[in-house]
Ligand binder design. Structure first.
Ligand code: C5P
Length: 305
């Protein structure tokens, strides 16, 4: 049986500016995405017949299995395969197998990553020959973060997040991710954001110019000082204990500490690999998270298309 395997990184938002809720329920974003080398793997294998199935395997640590991942057509990898098949009139099926490393419902786009990887894997398996633009269009239909996961590296995100353009970024950054013991619903966090702005809608978002300057210069301290996330106050209101994680980052001299996306994962930017190991040890010693995972980003060559 023929098989294709695609490795896909998690994403973080170095800045996440969120505007007023749109008519369609989504929010306009001005964000800087970065891919980090915490990677899921999606394997697509040929099957007899036209069924598209998925199985999910968790790697190692018990916390990864705490959140349920759908194994029906609600799984974004299955949705991606079906959308590609519809778009190109493919008659074949596929057995998808996901090796999950990215925290589930952690604010790191794990589900979107699997969707992006499944698109690329099935395109190769079925010989669809989809162009980059065609894959990006299908990706945007699957979720706001999916086009960035195809793109990788460091990029600007506009629209509702699906409009991705490259940004000049130098250097590799050393991150530590503080994993929470249970996930947060992105939709719930955005609803909390709306409630906070019920009386005064937020302005249209912008990316902080200091962040772009620091990225262009490969200045990690400057990047750390410019990290920002409009959803952080909502995540902290829903999970007050995340403040303890932020405090450990500050005590440990992190260059910057921020809730990742809609949370609850918190990211700490370290000076180098040794500092990152030290921050991870501190987080675990303080008992403020279930795991502390070190990763660098952006991963060279992690672009899917
Ligand atoms: O696009 P995606 O399906 O990943 O979004 C999940 C949920 O997050 C949406 O249903 C919506 O509630 C919220 N969202 C939003 N504005 C965005 C992106 C996501 O309100 N720009």
């Amino acid at each position: 049986m023929r098989t294709t395997t695609v490795r896909v990184p998690a994403k973080i938002n170095l800045s996440l500016g969120v505007g007023p809720r749109r008519e369609d329920g989504y929010h306009p974003l001005a964000t800087v995405y970065q891919a980090v080398d915490l990677c899921d793997e999606v394997r697509a294998t040929e099957v007899d017949g036209d069924s598209v199935s998925v199985e999910v395997h968790f790697d190692g640590d018990g916390w990864r299995e705490q959140a349920p991942v759908p194994t029906d057509e609600n799984n974004l990898a299955v949705k991606a395969a079906l959308a590609l098949r519809d778009a190109f009139g493919v008659k074949s099926g596929a057995a998808l197998s996901i090796r999950k490393v990215i925290p589930v419902m952690g604010g790191m786009a794990g589900g979107s990553a699997d969707g992006a990887a499944a698109l690329v894997a099935c395109d190769a398996l079925w010989g669809t020959g989809a162009s980059r633009a065609e894959l990006e269009e299908i990706a945007a239909g699957l979720g706001s973060d999916v086009p960035f996961l195809l793109h990788g590296g460091t990029a600007l995100g506009g629209g509702r997040g699906e409009e991705v353009s490259p940004v000049l970024a130098r250097g590799r950054f050393h991150w530590v991710f503080a994993i929470a013991d249970h996930g947060l619903s992105t939709a719930e966090v955005y609803a909390g954001y709306d409630a906070r702005h019920a009386d005064a809608p937020p302005p249209m978002p912008e990316v902080p110019p200091t962040l772009l300057t620091a990225l262009a210069a490969g200045d990690a301290a400057g990047v750390g000082a410019s990290l920002s996330n409009d959803l952080q106050p909502v995540a902290l209101a829903l999970r007050p204990e995340l403040r303890d994680v932020l405090a450990v980052g500050e005590q440990g001299g992190a260059l910057g500490t921020l809730v990742s996306g809609s949370g609850p994962t918190v990211m700490l930017l370290a000076e180098d690999a040794d500092h990152s190991a030290q921050l991870a040890r501190m987080l675990l010693a303080e008992g403020v998270c279930v795991d502390a995972v070190q990763a660098t980003g952006p991963e060279p060559g992690a672009h899917l298309i």
